[in-house]
Each structure stands twice: as C-alpha cells, then as structure tokens.
Design a protein around this ligand. Structure first.
Ligand code: GLU
Length: 148
C-alpha cells in the first residue's frame, strides 16, 4: 500500500517530505520519490528504489523549497524501477502527480488519447498526468482537467 504526503507553507519542504515518508514506511513500498519546488530555483524531482534512506542519500543538501509532494509506491502497473516511481510529470513539465491505486483503463486511455506522447514510465499514473496536461492544453481549467 502506498503513502502520499504533500506540503505547502513556510517550511523546508524537503525535510517534511522525507520525515513524512519515513513515517509511512510501515505501510510497505518498493520505491519512493519527492518533488520539491522553490520559488527562485524551480523544481527538482528525485526518485529511488528501495528504502527511504536510499532516496535520502540522493537528495542534495541544498535542496530546499516550500512546497512539494512525496510518495511511497507499491507497484501495480510497471516494475519497481526509478522511472516508474512517483511523482510522475507531464511532458510539458507543468504537472507532477502522485497517486494511490489502479487506473483499470489506463491502456485504453493511453491508446485513445496519448498516441503521440512519449511516455517516461510504464505506469497508469503517468497516463493520468499526461491526460491532465493534454486537457489543459486543449483549453480546460486545471480543476476541469482533474475532474474530467
Ligand atoms: N498504480 C500505481 C503504480 O503502479 C500506484 C500504485 C500505488 O498505489 O502505489 O505506479
């Protein structure tokens, strides 16, 4: 079972995310990742297979930001690899997504709506984030895109 944590505020998001993921370890997972955004330096995505300690070792000490998301993954669609670990990002780099559960019709959605999108993973979650970006590009608001 995966775990999800998000943070927005006047705090060191990296610390909160890593601590939060450690607290979710008991749920079981095979890989993990964080996305941290800093107003001045942009965002950074870091993912790793195995324990949170391994992820932590990949995180640069200077990685700070005030918002971010983190995820521990229990693979259902695609092997436990760095590429398949969450968060997943849309091709335009605008949306980052973590997700718990399974999209049963991911293959159909991908074939129907994303034939020209170069996918970076084998996951159903990436299908969702690529779809959201496509809907927004086609004129939907972000809220509409998430609820479509
Ligand atoms: N279905 C997603 C995946 O395989 C999420 C699995 C989970 O709940 O951790 O990446």
């Amino acid at each position: 079972m995966c775990g999800i944590i998000g943070v927005v505020g006047d705090v060191n998001a990296t610390k909160v995310l890593l601590k939060g993921l450690e607290r979710l370890e008991y749920r079981g997972y095979d890989s993990a990742g964080i996305f941290v955004h800093d107003r001045n330096n942009g965002g950074q995505l870091i993912k790793e297979v195995g324990r949170i300690k391994r992820l932590e070792a990949k995180v640069p000490a200077e990685l700070t930001g005030t918002l971010g998301i983190g995820h521990t993954r229990w693979a259902t669609n695609g092997k436990p690899t760095v590429a398949n670990a969450h968060p997943h990002v849309s091709a335009d780099g605008r949306f980052y997504l973590v997700h718990n559960g399974v999209l049963q019709n991911a293959a159909e959605l991908r074939a129907q709506y994303l034939p020209d999108v170069q996918m970076a993973s084998d996951t159903d979650t990436e299908v969702a984030v690529q779809l959201i970006a496509q809907f927004v590009m086609a004129g939907a608001s972000v809220v509409e895109a998430f609820s479509t």
